[in-house]
Design a protein around this ligand. Structure first.
Ligand code: NA7
Length: 542
């Protein structure tokens, strides 16, 4: 490590390069630059910080984690000075927060914006990564940290005829910065995941007509978003340490714990009252009402039935209500959305639901969308069709490790790795919240801080011991993949066969359950034990 102290100067390698300036990349930069004193920069394709929150500017974009928990916890001063305005932070507010963090910790001077990484190749002899960018730069670095996010590679479906569409079309994950004026327009919204469910009510307010194309009906629970009261803000600041402790104890890293009770052991009347209270309170806490919801089909069925009945109560047209309630997977087996008036939107005169499972989209014509039995004239199409999640952004970079091994080949049958952090054959390359880590099953800032701090401690360990390379092994990966599969199999999560957790939303992608479902506290313990045992599962090279 010591020979690369002055990285960044012409021809001299960096100690570390980080790809991405979202939550992960910013904190990784702070840790490596300011705590370890390394020569490090971030390469970021956008013109500003924010990652996911830079790109996802669609109408209604809002986080499903509560604001006092959807933030960094590494700096008390930051926690005390930042004021969130609503229970769930909207995209503009999260972006302001991340921009504030970048300014406050003077991070921007170490970020190259408008710099897209197109390739990274490991050179065996020098033990350095050579990173290439779309602008033609070539940079070498000892460590490469991919902080590219789990949901950053937009998935635009390959529907025949899209190029012929005479109107405008957008993907929610690549939304125009100037916004989109829906006034007077006939809008088609494809997709009813968390994004479509957030966007539909907002688009319907100004569009002449909104047609929602639903392939898979989805559960949703009201978010009950509202401005934060003074009392709550004071409470969150005064109890920041307790809240952090709870998040570190909770399976999903949220600031609340999953109940100890089982739905199947709770008398029906009492169970219904618990669901009613959770429905009234709103948010992802609904999923935490009983501890067997994600493991016992009978328990899950009680929650599923409750929500389906709510849909039938809310939606006035019985046919539309039936289409919305015809949900084919267990509750929360796919990422469970929370909403602000989603089902109510279908009571508006200017909103129509089209079931494209029953009558699939055949093609896009110059005028609109044609399904098997009808043509829908449209001025604007919004694709809320999700992402090539967890692996898309990694694979887009053309990463080549030892002996020219392409990451795309190493992952041909799915994203094998160790702890979600490293892949054998790719020395000194780390992923933050990669596949195989709890990441997307959690309130993200918590796993992000854990990963970043673990990687930082590891690099520090190497530096102190005069080591220059670290790499995991095939055996460690095999054992970890088995643990990831075992953790998933203990839940109902793999039962949603079309979920992006399984890669099923991208045609041709291997179907492998990607996130680690054993819970964040267990994962944290495993990582701590690995470090305490001399980084078992990794080979350290001088
Ligand atoms: P998701 O959750 O992947 O949802 C995408 C939606 O788009 C889902 O309803 C899909 O239906 C639908 N989809 C995808 N391709 C098509 C085609 N070709 N035709 C019709 N419908 C299609 O993405 P989101 O952006 O909503 O959410 C991603 C995450 O961001 C979310 O989970 C949070 O963690 C934040 P399908 O279910 O595949 O039948």
């Amino acid at each position: 490590m010591t020979e690369v102290r002055s990285g960044g100067a012409q021809g001299v390698p960096f100690d570390a390069l980080i790809v991405g300036a979202g939550f992960s990349g910013l904190y990784q930069l702070l840790c490596l630059r300011d705590r370890l004193g390394l020569n490090v920069e971030i390469l970021e394709s956008a013109s500003g910080v924010g990652g996911t929150w830079y790109w996802n500017r669609y109408p209604g974009a809002r986080c499903d984690s509560e604001s006092h928990a959807y933030c960094y916890s590494f700096s008390d001063a930051l926690t005390q000075e930042w004021e969130w305005s609503e229970r769930y932070p909207g995209q503009p507010e999260i972006l302001r927060y991340l921009d504030h963090v970048a300014e406050r910790f003077d991070l921007k001077r170490s970020i190259r914006f408008d710099t897209r990484v197109t390739g990274a190749t490991y050179d065996e002899e020098s033990r350095l990564w050579e990173v290439t960018t779309a602008g033609g730069e070539r940079l070498s670095t000892r460590f490469l940290v991919a902080a590219v996010g789990c949901l950053s590679s937009a998935n635009v479906p390959d529907i025949p005829g899209l190029a012929s569409f005479a109107g405008r079309w957008y993907h929610t994950g690549e939304w125009p910065h100037g916004g989109v004026d829906f006034g007077g327009a006939r809008v088609g919204l494809v997709g009813t995941g968390s994004t479509g469910i957030q966007a539909a009510p907002v688009i319907a307010e100004t569009a002449a007509h909104l047609t929602v194309f639903q392939r898979t009906a989805n559960y949703s629970v009201p978010a009950r978003n509202a401005p934060l009261t003074q009392e709550f803000r004071r409470y969150a600041k005064e109890h920041a340490a307790d809240i952090r402790r709870t998040m570190h104890t909770s399976y999903n890293a949220h600031p609340f714990l999953i109940s100890d009770r089982r739905a199947v052991d709770t008398p029906q009347k009492e169970r219904e009252a618990i669901y009613e209270a959770a429905w009234a309170k709103g948010g992802l806490q609904f999923r935490a009402t009983f501890r067997d919801l994600l493991s016992d089909p009978a328990a899950n069925e009680t929650a599923a039935t409750f929500i389906k009945n709510k849909i039938r109560e809310i939606v006035k047209d019985p046919l539309t209500a039936e289409k919305l309630a015809a949900i084919d997977h267990p509750y929360a087996a796919k990422r469970p959305p929370i909403d602000t008036g989603y089902f109510e939107t279908f009571n508006r005169d200017n909103v129509t639901l089209v079931d494209v499972r029953a009558t699939p989209i055949e093609r896009i014509t110059p005028e609109g969308i044609r399904t098997r039995d009808a043509e829908y004239p449209l001025d604007i199409i919004v694709f809320a069709t999700g992402f090539d999640a967890m692996t898309g952004a990694m694979l887009r970079m053309d990463i080549r490790g030892r002996d020219g091994l392409r990451l795309a080949d190493a992952w041909a049958a799915g994203p094998r790795n160790y702890l979600g952090l490293q892949v054998a054959g790719f020395p000194n390359l780390f992923m933050v919240t990669g596949p195989g880590s709890p990441s997307v099953l959690c309130n993200m800032p918590v796993p992000i801080e854990q990963h970043v701090e673990w990687i930082t401690a590891y690099i520090d360990h190497m530096r102190r011991n005069g080591l220059s390379s670290i790499e995991t092994t095939e055996a460690a990966m095999d054992a970890w993949v088995a643990q990831v599969n075992e953790a998933a199999a203990a839940t109902l999560l793999p039962q949603a066969s079309h979920s992006w957790y399984l890669g099923a939303n991208v045609p041709g992608k291997p179907r492998v359950f990607m996130p680690y479902a054993g819970g964040m506290p267990k994962y944290r313990r495993i990582c701590a034990d690995v470090a305490a045992n001399g980084y078992e599962g990794f080979v350290l090279g001088a």
